[in-house]
Design a protein around this ligand. Structure first.
Ligand code: HEC
Length: 123
């Protein structure tokens, strides 16, 4: 095995270590990074609501892998919750607002990304 092959093998095995699957689609990958940065501490590296902060929280962060529950939530509500916080959709204010931190395009990207994560269609 030459050095180039060794490097390639290293990169591939590193990619394999990621806890959440990487997607080929660029927009999805970008949103996954935004999620890892701003959302995973509550919603979890596995997107299931078990982030590192969640044990101390009175209201559990939403499980974004819940196909049924997420499928029942319209895009507009997801967008509003992310943009203006849980309080804006009559949910817990423990869900922070992200306008001013994330652009509208990033928030739209997250809404689409949540459909991928939850395997639910947009409504
Ligand atoms: C400080 C912890 C925290 C962070 C950080 C956080 N959330 Fe949440 N989130 C919550 C909690 C708690 C809830 C559950 C609110 C409830 O059920 O009353 C929630 C709920 C939600 C919901 C469901 C809203 C609904 O109407 O059902 C969405 C969507 C969501 N979060 C997306 C995100 C996204 C995207 C990010 C990152 C940009 C994020 N959250 C970051 C705590 C957090």
């Amino acid at each position: 095995m030459n050095i180039r092959m060794l490097c390639l093998t290293g990169v591939l095995s590193l990619a394999g270590l990621s806890t959440f699957p990487a997607y080929a689609d660029d927009a999805t990958t970008r949103s996954a990074r935004v999620y890892d940065t701003y959302c995973a501490q509550c919603h979890g590296a596995n997107r299931d609501g078990n982030g590192i902060n969640s044990t101390a929280m009175a209201v559990k962060p939403r499980d974004h892998t819940d196909t049924k529950g997420m499928g029942d939530t319209p895009d507009e509500e997801l967008r509003k919750a992310i943009k203006s916080g849980g309080g804006a959709v009559n949910k817990s204010v423990l869900m922070p607002r992200w306008d001013g931190v994330l652009s509208d395009a990033e928030i739209d990207g997250l809404v689409s990304y949540l459909r991928v994560v939850s395997k639910s269609g947009s409504k």
